[in-house]
Design a protein around this ligand. Sequence first.
Ligand code: HEM
Length: 187
Amino acid sequence: MGPYHIVLTHFPIALWSLAMLVILWRVVSSGSLAQRLDHALVPLLTVALLSGLGAYATGTQVWPWESISASPLGRNHLMMAAWTVVLWAVVWWLRWRRGEAVWAGALRWAMAVLALLGGGLLAVTGTLGGHLTNAPTDLSELLRRLGWEVYSTFYVPNLTVGALGAFALLCVLLGLWARRAGSSSAG
Ligand code: HEM
């Protein structure tokens, strides 16, 4: 599955990077080009998310769980990939459900922050993946200067991963509950 993963990863990396640029452009410009690019954003984010899920699924099949989970490098690649997919899924959902309202008021700046965060997570995911195939990049040098040694920093134990997953699920359930409570009090 290794070669499939390597080929597939190029799609979400290219498409999410492009989406980040489109979002940042739309945040600072209401010109006609920015608006036309924005109209392509939902299809772009949809294809990017599907290819990201494909990259994620193939990634889990490259090495046995015992191997990929044995080192901080493997675990962090997996965790960063999960954060990347979830964050871009939120961006996709927001733009799809809220439509052009995302470019109004404070939400506009939230989109900029999400796009930058999504681009950063994607870059870190790809950088760690590169180390798994012995293809280091200059970004790992930057991470090292920030105190993140890619081969040894952040070994998150299984229990902590489970607790983070449970916390994320709790947040989703709370959000759904708050939405239901809000709509029933409005009605
Ligand atoms: C959005 C999801 C993901 C992206 C963007 C991504 C990105 C990458 C990149 C850029 C590489 C290096 C490819 C190269 O050097 O040409 C890589 C390698 C690798 N990734 Fe991922 N990855 C993702 C998800 C995952 C997941 C969930 C796993 C499973 C834990 C995983 C496991 C691996 C492994 C084992 C390698 C080394 C492949 C080999 O030795 O042939 N990846 N990944």
